[in-house]
Design a protein around this ligand. Structure first.
Ligand code: FAD
Length: 307
């Protein structure tokens, strides 16, 4: 029986594992892919005190740091179910194993929704980006498009307009879906064009980096092309909680609801990182939340009469 079982091996899970193990309690990490989203990241320049690093390098450093401690790492294993059985919490894996724990930290992260057009995968990290806080500065003085006219797309366009030369915001529907106040702010900016009823059809490049985007005008049916250097896809971040439906309370976006201590609706079950309702999905935030969830789990353990 684990004292703390962490599900997820990204920045949040790794931080939780180190904080738990440092309390001398039995700690396990179950991860489908140890490292998480960081494995798909090229440059990281905003993890404070590390001026610049690369995602895969950062992921190796996470794993090495966790391995300094007595942590049972179960990599390439997917959790498929969580059940509370008396004083124990059981996590079932897709391969049929059942892991028992006194407390659980959910840190299964999230994934960016992809637009699924030709060029998106080929030019990912070479002009195609998903995170304006992370990659905005790479496009300083350049032309970019933001795909998606919801709150995150419009926020991204406002943010980027202060850094890049020009932003084209592309929305599939006939109007933007963002809050009115954001739309007003967006339309007041001189270097932003808004195109609605536009279906992105392709992201073009020269074989190395992005140089244009094509879309279909959904009213006239006409095909159009915009020359640019970057495309930010902002059509949603999907939390990895499909396996948790009906076990812990989720927001309407599917994020795990947590309080200030990372406690979920199920006693003994905590959550941290991109999978939760905590805003701003960033590595430094996920690691801080992971540490916090581990301390909360430890607090929970010392207060329970279970041994
Ligand atoms: P994740 O990193 O998503 O990790 C989730 C973990 O859970 C993984 O190990 C995964 O395999 C595992 N998992 C998922 N489901 C299951 C399951 N059912 N069973 C078992 N394991 C499961 N942030 C920055 O701060 N700076 C940047 O420069 C930056 N650049 C980015 C670039 C890209 C391309 C992307 C995609 C993201 C970027 N981010 C950046 C965001 C950052 O990567 C995330 O905020 C951070 O990784 C979140 O950490 P996490 O531990 O909560 O989740």
């Amino acid at each position: 029986v684990f004292d703390v079982l962490i599900v997820g091996g990204g920045p949040a899970g790794a931080a939780a594992a180190i904080y738990a193990a440092r309390k001398g309690i039995r700690t396990g990490v179950l991860a489908e892919r140890f490292g998480g989203q960081v494995l798909d990241t090229l440059a990281i320049e905003n993890f404070i005190s590390v001026k610049e690093t690369e995602g895969p390098k950062f992921a190796v450093a996470l794993e090495q740091h966790v391995k300094e401690y007595e942590v049972d790492i179960m990599n390439t294993q997917r959790a498929s179910k969580l059940v509370s059985v008396g004083k124990r919490i059981e996590v079932q894996t897709a391969s049929g194993a059942v892991l028992k724990a006194k407390s659980v930290i959910l840190a299964t992260g999230a994934r960016w929704r992809e637009i699924n057009v030709p060029g998106e995968k080929e030019y990912r990290n070479h002009g195609v980006a998903y995170c304006p806080h992370c990659d905005g500065p790479l496009f300083k003085g350049k032309r970019v498009a933001v795909i998606g006219g919801g709150n995150s797309g419009v926020e991204a366009a406002i943010d980027l307009a202060g850094i890049v030369k020009h932003v084209t915001l592309i929305e599939f529907g006939a109007e933007l879906r963002a809050d009115a106040v954001l739309q007003r702010k967006l339309r007041s900016l001189p270097n932003v064009d808004v195109i609605v009823s536009a279906q992105t059809t392709e992201i073009h490049g020269d074989g190395k980096i992005v140089n244009a985007l094509s879309y279909k005008d959904r009213v006239s049916g006409e095909a159009k092309k915009v020359e640019l250097e970057g495309v930010f896809v902002q059509i949603g971040l999907v939390p990895n909680t499909e396996w948790l439906k009906d076990t812990v309370a989720l927001s309407r976006h599917g994020e795990i609801e947590v309080d200030a201590r990372g406690q979920t609706s199920l006693p003994g079950v905590f959550a941290a990182g991109d999978v939760t309702t905590v805003p701003y999905k960033q590595i430094i935030i996920a690691t801080g939340e992971g540490a916090k969830a581990a301390l909360s789990a430890f607090d929970h353990l010392i207060r329970s009469d279970d041994d």
